[in-house]
Ligand binder design. Sequence first.
Ligand SMILES: Cc1ncc(C[n+]2csc(CCOP(=O)(O)OP(=O)(O)O)c2C)c(N)n1
Ligand SMILES: [Mg+2]
Length: 386
Amino acid sequence: MQSTDTQNTETQSTDTQSTEMQSTEMQSTEMQSTDPASRATSAGNAERERSPEPVVGARLELLTSLYERMLLAHELDLESVAMQRQGILPGYAPARGQEASQVGSASALDRTRDFAFPTYRELGVAVALQADMIGYLASHQGAWHGGMYDFAASRLAPINAVVGAPVPHAMGWAMGEKLAGRDGCSIAYFGDGASSQGDVHEAMNFAGVWSLPVVFFCQNNGWAISLPTDKQVAGGSVAARAAGYGMPGVRIDGNDVLAVYDAVQDALARARSGGGATVIEAMTYRAGPHSTSDDPGRYRTLAEEQSWLSRHPVTRAERQLRASGVDDDYFETALADARAEVERVRAGVLAIGPRSTAEMFDFVFADPPATFGAQRALAMMEANND
Ligand SMILES: Cc1ncc(C[n+]2csc(CCOP(=O)(O)OP(=O)(O)O)c2C)c(N)n1
Ligand SMILES: [Mg+2]
């Protein structure tokens, strides 16, 4: 792990793999607080003071590609909010502030064999997995539940708005891989709020008992709608819970894209070699509202939000690239490319037409029962009469 500000949760475990995992962590005094306001201020100040660590060679190439994905995710996220305000998307859950956690984690996956299970706030994951972003936004556009991208090809399960539900899904998929004797790993996305759901406990316990190849990736963004983390997470640490499931837990700086990438790569390597599951708690910040229907001004201060701007993962990666010798021309081209892609996606979203009524029935049963056929026929007749 490269980052200087990851934090050891002091998770205790009895197995050797978890000891090994913990020894790769770096200690930090940052981000101790679970209170978003004080965490934001101290983290923001520390980030301003730190000079970015230059990178070279393959590491620079990696950071460049992660930066381009983060930039696209950032620009597309802003555009998605704009499209909601313009009445093109009925609703959207912004991912601003979480670009490094999302892009870093998904980019570490092997798209030939791994699989990601997202929540409703994972646009950066979809970008990193190269999902069709028009199909991804079709879900937010209200055209189709879960999105119209190719789930199998992109290795990204449908968007899931049930809090905590992607976690047992990822665990079950990992169980399937193990039973089939394959070496794919899954990653479960969930938030700090979701970590208190029963589903998450059951999935982690099951994965611990069966030593399943799954990465439990919690984005601790400080908030579960209007509830701060300390009202959601007793004990203050999601990573620390891993000890109770017999697996390693690490808390990392979720705004440092290389640190996120490294932590997920480590966890995948362990899982692939039979070492089982890992809990990763990526400390980040939900810079925008919970969703486009939310007004965060009712429960947090503008000062808190602004103190996080200096820590923004995209500008942070830009600073690191500049410190590594990357010049203005590169950044201008990268932004122009991202904006051109955003325009392409926007045009595609605008062109999404109504779906056929038949599709509502097409993907429900492999062998539809007779009554189902009658319902389908009735719905089709009514649709044709519209
Ligand atoms: C099972 C369930 N309970 C409640 C909700 C309503 N809800 C939607 S998002 C959310 C907060 C989730 O917070 P967190 O897990 O921290 O994720 P974040 O929104 O911060 O990404 C809640 C309570 C839901 N969608 N599903
Ligand atoms: Mg949250």
